[in-house]
Design a protein around this ligand. Sequence first.
Ligand SMILES: [Zn+2]
Ligand SMILES: [Zn+2]
Length: 201
Amino acid sequence: MTELLALIFSWQLLLLSLIAQIIVGLLIADFASGFFHWLEDRYGGPDWPIVGGLVRATIRHHKKPRRMLNSAFWHRSGPTLLIAVCFGLVFLSLGWLNLMTITALAFGSMANEIHNWSHCKPSECGPVVTWLQKKRVFISPLDHARHHREKKNTYYCTVTGWMNPVLERIRFWRKVEAVIRIVARSRPRRDPTVRRRPVLV
Ligand SMILES: [Zn+2]
Ligand SMILES: [Zn+2]
């Protein structure tokens, strides 16, 4: 009897550990999507070699958010897949591949695709994606719309969106920008789609 209880307990522990690894992997993927998005939006130069094209794509996306629905899968998700493969090879060589890192890589590689779905109508996404958005596994259109409001300098994470309220509450991106301003004397790039406030005299 005690052996059976010990077996059940060890199975429960294993199950809990697997669920925890998946959740942490999703949090990492969400944060990574926000980090790269923030870098592009705030510090990326549209004229930079190689990555300048990605920055121009995000500026176009801020101007016309739904236009990305018409782009090809490889155009949208090729760069994130490439980044995930590079990280995957590094993790493999270091022996760091496990359920947590594989979840982070799998969802991180699909970050722009999940972002793309957050601009779809339910009829365009299909029932499975819409259901996952309603269950908050994928970021919902309403949650992602917060990024496209006003200054476009909040709610950068685009996988699950779970990290967004936490990062905004602690003003994470503003604090990192303040540190960069002091250390590197570099200010964030002004988004051309954000209207300057009129100067009141
Ligand atoms: Zn953006
Ligand atoms: Zn968007």
